[in-house]
Design a protein around this ligand. Structure first.
Ligand SMILES: NC(=O)c1ccc[n+]([C@@H]2O[C@H](COP(=O)([O-])OP(=O)(O)OC[C@H]3O[C@@H](n4cnc5c(N)ncnc54)[C@H](OP(=O)(O)O)[C@@H]3O)[C@@H](O)[C@H]2O)c1
Length: 292
């Protein structure tokens, strides 16, 4: 019998890619995806029962309140799932490898190309909860934090990723303002799943950055998507983050990923290169299914 690997947030954007790629990137594991419908991770007694029943040998923790706006609006809920549930899962996983997906939002975005050794100074509540959870997780030398970035992908219900948000807005006839002075290094969800599955087999716990090779503005990201999503044509407006209202947004969250890259069997892609090289054969654009 194969040992059990648990993936939390299995119905979420990135969790879905961990599950559907498991037979390819994690063939030695019996991968068990947990959705919120199955198990509310803020119910500690139920979580403990599940851990006792499943006896995981590795945990990849993707569940979160992942939208900045939702965290600002409901800080109590954000804390329960992002910090308290993460700390409890890490506690239950005391003796085994535990991989926590954190975010580049732990940085203030003034510098860009952040390394793992750079001082995190979050400017929104989401970033603060992720940083606090990181600190709890990294108390255990067996555990790993992977800070990821803007993730491209599609989900079962079409309501998870920024690509889906953009397409829905266009279909509804709405326009979107994309900031030309806000930078990210987007990565396809399939690349994140592959990288973390690979890392899980290395026995190299600690803190890692995982982002795409290209640093692009939100506006450039929108332009790169146009050939693939022609419905966006005419709905993208070039804007500036100056005068932005709402949850504070870090200006530049590009990540230096050399530490993780040195451990991986494949080259982390750039967003434009991924799209350009990609031959569309009807498969998921954001996965490795047809990618060399
Ligand atoms: N996507 C990005 O661009 C991005 C960037 C940086 C970091 N991250 C981090 O990467 C991880 C995965 O992100 P994602 O994009 O896949 O997020 P997502 O699509 O929002 O998925 C998160 C999942 O967590 C589940 N969840 C929330 N509260 C829960 C609870 N109390 N009990 C059990 N499950 C619960 C959600 O359930 P429901 O489906 O029922 O809502 C959802 O399926 C998160 O830690 C996120 O902070 C994501």
């Amino acid at each position: 019998m194969k040992p059990c690997a648990i993936v939390t947030g299995a119905a979420g954007l990135i969790g879905q890619y961990f599950i559907k790629n498991a037979s390819r990137w994690a063939p030695d594991w019996d991968v068990h995806g947990l959705t919120r419908a199955e198990l509310d991770l803020t119910d500690h007694a139920a979580v403990e029962r599940a851990w006792r029943r499943l006896k995981p040998r590795v945990v990849i923790h993707c569940a979160a309140l992942s939208r900045t706006k939702d965290c600002e609006q409901d800080p109590q809920r954000a804390r329960l799932i992002n910090v308290d549930a993460t700390a409890y899962l890490a506690h239950l996983s005391n003796e085994i490898p535990f991989f926590f997906l954190s975010s580049g939002e732990v940085f203030d975005g003034r510098a860009g190309w952040y390394k793992e050794t750079d001082e995190p100074t979050p400017i929104n509540y989401y970033g603060k909860t992720k940083l606090e959870a990181e600190q709890q997780v990294l108390h255990n030398p067996r555990h790993t934090v992977v800070r990821i970035v803007l993730t491209a992908g599609t989900s079962q219900n079409g309501d998870r990723s920024f690509v889906e948000d953009m397409c829905r807005a266009a279909t509804d006839g709405r326009s979107m303002t994309l900031y030309a002075d806000e930078y990210r290094c987007p990565l396809p969800a399939g690349a994140i799943a592959r990288a973390v599955w690979e890392l899980s087999g290395k026995n190299t716990p600690g803190l890692y950055h995982l982002g795409g090779r290209d640093r692009l503005s939100r506006w450039e990201i929108g332009q790169a998507l146009l050939p693939w999503y022609p419905e966006l044509e005419g709905h993208l407006i070039k804007g500036t983050a100056r005068g932005h209202s709402g949850a504070p947004r870090p200006a530049d969250l590009s990540l230096n990923c050399e530490k993780l890259q040195a451990l991986l069997s494949f080259r982390l892609p750039g967003f434009r290169g991924w799209l350009t090289d990609r031959m569309h054969r009807g498969a998921d654009l954001w996965d490795y299914d047809t990618q060399a």
